[in-house]
Design a protein around this ligand. Sequence first.
Ligand code: MG
Length: 292
Amino acid sequence: MRLIPLMPRAALLPLLLCVAACATAPKPKPEGGSAPAVEVVAPNLAATAWMQASQEYRGAVRGTFAAAARQLETALAQPDWDALPPSERVGLPMQGLPAAVIVDADETMIDNSPYQARNIRDERGYSLPSWQAWVAESKARALPGALDFARHAERLGVTVFFVTNRAHDPERAPTVANLRALGFPVREDGSNVILQGDPRAPGEDKGTRRRWVGERYRVLLMLGDNLGDFIDGSRADHPSRNALIAPYESWWGERWFMLPNPSYGSWESAIRRACDRSIPPARCMRDGLRHD
Ligand SMILES: [Mg+2]
């Protein structure tokens, strides 16, 4: 994961206006006729606690991997099955190609919530040095069910490609080491781990890397936690994202599997695009809520 384009600006603030996390907290009394006071909480507190501690999150993740594993066998049996968006398959015949799945790494196969927890503890936001220090530790854990899914694919002869927006330089070596130590099927040369800036398929978004895989493999399934893990163009506003994904609604749970991630993602920058830059991120998010 390269978090810079994905991390919310809200996460850069030391404190946020409380939105969802305070739904059950005692409400401060309004003073005089002024606007109600708002509590402040650390950014990502509720999301990180949910992802680390709740059976609800574990259940959602495990269920997604179990469904993907079942679907893998269905996809493998159909020679014309392909999970690449047609725009990325154009000009790339897939007849006779070996089978692969494309998975994202962060918050799809491995868990970086300790990094978020450290930021909360230390009252700081995301920074590249602190992120790269976490990556260098190579100690992210596997998400529940991720290893079972990857090993199931391997047993079926399906290559698992890890296409991640972690930076090729300098995050490749610790990322490969982390995945391998967890037992994921990583080749000896690490060539099935494709990071942002990989010379085989340079490009900020993942489309060029998916096409690189698609030139060589029939892509049976894709798994991710962010729209950009499936199709380019996710860094847009919500109406554009809605239009982008409309042709693929039926692919969810069939060819594409989305893992829950309430902590960060391009969905946040989409919300920000609806607001003037002078409006604080949390205020922008709150103002955009529906009340019908
Ligand atoms: Mg991710």
